[in-house]
Design a protein around this ligand. Structure first.
Ligand SMILES: [Zn+2]
Ligand SMILES: [Zn+2]
Length: 121
């Protein structure tokens, strides 16, 4: 089984530029994933991708993409992958490279982070 990429970036400054109006900024910042993690397979080519927030009612998400060592500069709306395996749905975007997320092994640190952020019950 292959590992997920799990590269991270800080999308904070980009989100501040992109999210308006300013009055709603604080609430929106609480709704976004400020340090999105790349769900693609390790060693994938091209850009990393990270989910910034789900877009409700659209079966899509607001994603950002970046290269190693470079801050992300764009937000893009991408449809969900929505490929199921048993009770697991892929959390990638439609047309992503490599295996679906349920076929990848999370890195240990990522597993701890997910466990810590998941509400009890
Ligand atoms: Zn990546
Ligand atoms: Zn997928």
């Amino acid at each position: 089984m292959r590992y997920e990429c799990a590269a991270r970036t800080d999308v904070g400054a980009l989100a501040l530029q992109a999210l308006d109006p300013p009055g709603e900024m604080q609430g929106l910042l609480e709704e976004i994933e400020r340090w999105p993690e790349c769900p693609l397979v390790e060693g994938h080519g091209g850009h990393h991708f990270g989910l910034v927030r789900w877009l409700e009612h659209r079966e899509a998400g607001l994603w950002t993409s970046w290269r190693d060592g470079v801050r992300p500069t764009a937000l893009l709306a991408l449809e969900d992958c929505s490929v199921w395996e048993g009770e697991d749905v892929c959390s990638g975007f439609r047309g992503h490279a490599g295996e679906h997320t349920w076929a990848l092994r999370a890195r240990d640190s990522a597993e701890e982070a997910v466990a810590a952020s998941r509400p009890a019950g």
